[in-house]
Design a binder for this molecule. Structure first.
Ligand code: BGC
Length: 803
């Protein structure tokens, strides 16, 4: 049961295409062909309906359904309620009939099926020829976009061409709130208001528990005069179009959809309806062509700024681009109340909630590609500070205990081991603020929001920790580290080190503010009621933190007793036991030295400049064989660290899993939605891994390596709002060029350089080229070829399904 590529999509640099309908992978394709624009997202389901395997999904960022968690025994501190991103109005609802035969690809006869997404335009296109039971053939093309230019706008165009007949086809175009929220098997929407005419339709729905409202509407435009009637059935509203077709003449139906969401229960339904209607009116003159023009120009200008190029490896070229494409669709800093769910807006799984993934994995991508988005991500944590403070109090603690999973700030994780014990999440928020300010120098943010969060996080760690009776050191008892396979451990090295850093960041910022902005500091102190005694307390706790470094071996012990745990050899675990997190009871997971994802190794990545290669080598050698990679976040970090040590082959192998995780459905769960936060790991893989970038020192440093099968690669780093550092690596050289005025100091292979728009070119040392001769080995599941044995130190080769 090797971790296998299920390849069925065409390889091309800009387009992902499915040629011929792969029925057995229909839900995987629904995820792959999902579109989003931060405000909303839709899965790539067939708008005309499909009675085969399907999980139709339409989501609005931040719009959720809510309820109370049900526990048979509820202990103090368990999260009270859940808020899960809810499946919402199907605003692409379409049904097509020809001579009373309903278009349903599970039932009709069709040929020449193709669907594709073009990453240069963000358009999903699907076409096929329907050979009807009455002997008529019709070519149908569906195109859709979620506008990146105007977030509330979605556009669908249906093109119909009769091949061998003249006659009428009937098309229903509607808005359907009668959708099923699959995770809870409910139909949460009630219809509050609706109207429909021959040219437009509108409806307003409300969720049953949270009371969130969504307004959805459409203008209907046709290429020729049509006969139209309206319909309203339960929660479905719309119009039926009867369109006359003639052979070899393409007719079109265009839906210009305007959507609007509202969480504020104080606003009346009429107010929400009117706000939505204004958006619809604003799109009166929008056409498919005008929307397409805007969409093209948006993506063209964005790709110019953020593209990555890989020469000689089309699979990874497509894979890395696909990851960036989805990161940009999921989040672009439109609204600081939005954030990034583990599956983005592409599926119900993982409930659309925000995790520590945002700061630890996603923030770097936005910091170096879209600063406004980065700022909004850190600002989100200020909006949700009250929830984190409330959570700390619920747990009898001080300061801010940021939740494991949240949409609006409240902890919703009902697995208490994670929700209560993964206290490293607060440090991830502090890390995000430190990193954001370190890279951008945005001191204003620090004064307005950041310092307050840092104070509250330091307070949390001061109150949650304790002093070891034997060691006399400060640390944390009863915690769970990122590893997640060991719960309720004492002194998890990652947690302790990140808590130590959280104290230090807070102290540094307060010290800096006392010198640079004393008035702002007084205001912050007054707001947070900060006492001088707290500062000395944090200092003492930081200085005496137990870092769990074993001086004799140079290895950080993941937590107390980890080195003494019974060893289990990953390769001895039978294939049918994977993923162990799902197949093994907790008591088995907790009693071996097997880990889920980087824990100690993560701080080697986050603070790379602080550790020597020798220290990294010792720790990587110890922890890598113990890692099961049962989190999709894991391979990228292992690739980056392997690249830093010149372990080219491993770096490359791990990278392929992150770049093509969903395109090749390596985890067998792409059907649930795309692994959006892991996609940010893939970007880091290229930039921090092969690009060898480190960002935690005083200046940006680079130590690039070139994989054997690549002739070269390139990426861009936004160093200021108006200055982009373009980095290109080929088989001989590494070059840097500043697109913008001025200069930037960087370190390359430990030498200092100043880069201007003239650029610099440096020879690539032999040691930084993979000369092992690995030429892009691809094992195919779908093609029937036997997977290559790539165990060679990569536990990934044994994985089947993980999260
Ligand atoms: C990982 C967590 C992560 C979550 C969401 C889990 O499988 O173990 O670290 O936050 O997925 O991506």
């Amino acid at each position: 049961m090797a971790k296998t590529a299920h390849r069925y999509l065409e390889i091309a640099p800009w387009v992902v295409e499915e040629r011929g309908f792969n029925e057995e992978r229909s839900e995987v394709s629904e995820s792959i062909f999902a579109l989003a624009n931060e405000f909303m997202g839709v899965r790539g389901s067939f708008e005309e309906g499909y009675s085969g395997q399907t999980t139709q999904g339409s989501f609005f960022n931040g719009i959720y359904e809510s309820g109370e968690h049900i526990y048979s025994t509820k202990f103090k501190g368990f999260a009270d309620g859940w808020t899960y991103m809810v499946n919402s109005v199907d605003w692409l609802y379409t049904r097509i009939r020809l001579d009373d035969e309903l278009l349903d690809l599970a039932k009709i006869s069709f040929r020449d099926f193709s669907r594709k997404v073009d990453m240069r335009t963000g358009i999903v296109e699907r076409s096929f020829v329907w050979d009807s039971a009455s002997g008529k053939s019709i070519r149908i093309k569906f195109e859709r976009m979620l506008s990146m230019h105007t977030s509330h706008l979605g556009v669908q165009q249906i093109s119909l061409e009769a091949i061998n007949f003249t006659g009428v086809v009937e098309i229903d175009v509607g808005l359907d709130f009668g959708v099923t929220y699959n995770l809870r098997q409910s139909q949460p929407w009630s219809l509050l208001k609706h109207e429909a005419s021959s040219t437009h339709a509108a409806s307003l729905g409300r969720t049953s528990s949270s009371g969130h409202r969504v307004f959805s509407s459409l203008h209907l435009k046709t290429s020729r005069d049509v006969e139209t009637s309206t319909f309203h059935l339960d929660r479905l509203v719309g119009a039926t179009v009867k369109m006359e077709l003639e052979p070899n003449k393409v007719e079109t139906i265009t839906r210009i959809a305007a959507n609007h969401s509202e969480k504020d229960s104080d606003l009346s339904d009429d107010t929400v309806w009117t706000s939505g209607f204004l958006k619809l009116k604003a799109e009166k003159n929008t056409t498919w062509e005008s929307a397409l023009k805007n969409q093209r120009s948006y993506w063209e200008s964005v790709w110019k700024q953020v593209d990555v190029t890989i020469e000689g490896d089309d699979e990874n070229q497509q894979g890395f681009r696909f990851c960036i494409f989805h990161l940009l669709q999921t989040y672009r800093g439109e609204d600081p109340r939005h954030n990034i769910g583990a599956k983005g807006l592409t599926g119900e799984h993982y409930w659309g909630v925000t995790w520590w993934d945002t700061e630890t994995y996603c923030l770097p991508f936005y910091l170096f590609n879209n600063r406004r988005a980065a700022k909004n991500l850190v600002t989100y944590r200020h909006h949700t500070l009250p929830g984190a403070q409330k959570r700390a109090r619920e747990l009898h603690l001080e300061g801010a205990r940021y939740p494991m999973c949240t949409i609006d700030g409240d902890e919703i994780c009902d697995v208490w081991q994670h929700g209560d014990l993964e206290i490293h999440v607060s440090a991830a928020i502090a890390y995000g603020i430190w990193k954001y300010v370190h890279i951008t120098g945005d001191k204003e943010f620090l004064r307005d929001h950041g310092a307050e969060i840092l104070i509250e996080v330091a307070r949390f760690y001061a109150s949650r920790g304790g002093w070891g009776q034997r060691t006399g050191k400060f640390g944390y008892w009863g915690v769970m580290g990122p590893d997640e396979m060991h719960t309720m451990v004492n002194n998890n090295a990652y947690t302790n080190i990140l808590a130590k850093k959280s104290f230090e960041w807070a102290l540094e910022v307060l010290d800096e503010l006392s010198k640079e902005a004393p008035e702002a500091l007084s205001a912050i102190k007054a707001k947070t009621k900060l006492q001088e005694a707290e500062l000395s307390d944090w200092k003492k706790k930081a200085e005496n933190m137990d870092t769990m470094l074993d001086e004799s071996s140079g290895i950080f012990e993941q937590h107390e007793g980890f080195f003494n745990m019974p060893h289990i050899d990953y390769l001895d675990i039978p294939d049918d036991q994977f993923p162990v997190q799902k197949k093994w009871p907790y008591v088995d997971l907790f009693r071996f030295d097997l880990i889920k994802q980087p824990d100690v190794l993560l701080f080697f990545f986050l603070f790379g400049s602080e550790y020597s290669e020798e220290a990294l080598e010792k720790n990587l050698d110890y922890y890598e064989p113990r890692c099961s990679h049962e989190s999709s976040l894991s391979p990228a970090i292992h690739s980056i660290l392997s690249a830093r040590l010149g372990r080219h082959k491993k770096a490359y192998e791990y990278a392929r899993y992150s770049s093509r995780l969903d395109l090749d459905d390596y985890n067998n769960n792409t059907c649930e939605g795309l692994h959006v936060t892991s996609m940010a790991g893939a970007w880091m893989n290229l930039v921090y891994g092969f690009g060898g970038m480190k960002t935690d020192g005083d200046i940006l440093s680079f130590c690039p390596t070139l994989p054997a099968s690549w002739n070269g690669f390139g990426f861009k780093i936004h160093v200021e709002d108006d200055a982009v550092l373009s980095v290109k690596i080929n088989t001989e050289t590494v070059s840097f060029k500043l697109e913008g005025t001025g200069f930037i100091k960087i370190s390359v292979f430990s030498e200092l350089y100043s880069v201007t728009s003239d650029g610099i070119c440096i020879p690539l040392p032999n040691t930084h080229r993979d000369q092992t001769g690995i030429q892009n080995p691809v094992e195919e599941g779908a093609s029937g070829a036997k997977p290559k044995d790539r165990t060679d130190g990569l536990n990934l080769a044994r994985q089947a399904t993980y999260t």
